[in-house]
Design a protein around this ligand. Sequence first.
Ligand SMILES: NC(=O)c1ccc[n+]([C@@H]2O[C@H](COP(=O)([O-])OP(=O)(O)OC[C@H]3O[C@@H](n4cnc5c(N)ncnc54)[C@H](OP(=O)(O)O)[C@@H]3O)[C@@H](O)[C@H]2O)c1
Length: 330
Amino acid sequence: MGKNIKWGVIGLGKITRKFIHDLHLSRRGELYAVGSRSLDKALAFQKEMDCPVAYGQYSDLIADPEVDVIYIGTPHHLHYPLLIDCIKNGKNVLCEKPICINADQLLLVKQLAEDSGVFVMEALWTRFLPAFIALKEYIDNSGQSIKNITADFCFPTEYNPNSRLYNPDLAGGSLLDIGIYPLFLSYFLLGKPNQISVTGEVDRGVDLRFSGMLDYGSGITSFVSSDITCASKNEAVIKLDEEVIVIPERWHESNNFNILKNNTITQYFYPKIGLGYYHEIDHVQDMLTKNKVESSLFSLNDSLELMKIMDKVRSDLGLNYPMAIEEVNQ
Ligand SMILES: NC(=O)c1ccc[n+]([C@@H]2O[C@H](COP(=O)([O-])OP(=O)(O)OC[C@H]3O[C@@H](n4cnc5c(N)ncnc54)[C@H](OP(=O)(O)O)[C@@H]3O)[C@@H](O)[C@H]2O)c1
């Protein structure tokens, strides 16, 4: 089969660069257009990335009838308005995490996507990695139940008002950027928690860290945390009835997991293709080829449940972003 799915990408930053690297590995998709707020930047990217079309405004790329599917790689605050714009233009979308700032925004996106019959998915790439597909299968077939999960994601940074991480107007902070991963792992393996209790520190409008417990009843729990001021081992541990699964650092992009049983460690390897974004790209293309409007692996309902968990964490932390980016309007 030739390359027949044309991608447009908007927001030409660090992650979009990695995304394009893996898109170039795809057999059935091609980079067709790049869109930036700056035409000069778009033209430079076009040349560097060997791309047919460049736009100096996101709206021009979104309106291009040749584009089959759009990847949104902008900071968080733009995901919601760009999703609305894409859907209104009948475009399929793969949007970086977090797909929106809050659950109310996502509810509207979900409704519009359903009404328009377009495919929309959150780029939660961990879900599509071979090791995580195998991990879920292993646990489901093990006949064991999960008793506890411990997962974190931390890295040390200095305060920098020019960084999106520290900018409340861009919905910065640890939770939406990296805390989403341990929360995802808990939701992926255990589903919706009965209760959530967290603590953390909010400084100058963004959370530096949060740490908390997701309670699933009968003492089954997940301990999760994220921090942008210190390092951690970035390892995930899943305790089953008879075994312990360790996903080694950096667990959210791991190629392997290790199983401890009776003092014996067994290693399972599932290498990813490219930088790992290949797998979410391939999944989207598979869904589009099959005319699906919903991902079979991570649906908008899954994104919504995860978003509701993050809303609760934010509410406990007293973390509100400026009204201008929290608003739900069409
Ligand atoms: N899946 C992953 O592994 C992963 C890793 C890192 C980040 N992410 C996610 O990817 C998204 C982007 O992160 P990033 O690290 O790539 O960010 P980045 O390097 O800062 O790039 C973001 C791009 O968005 C555009 N943009 C639009 N409005 C902007 C504004 N007000 N300030 C700054 N940039 C603006 C810019 O592109 P133009 O100038 O071309 O318009 C910019 O280059 C976030 O949602 C983040 O959570 C995902």
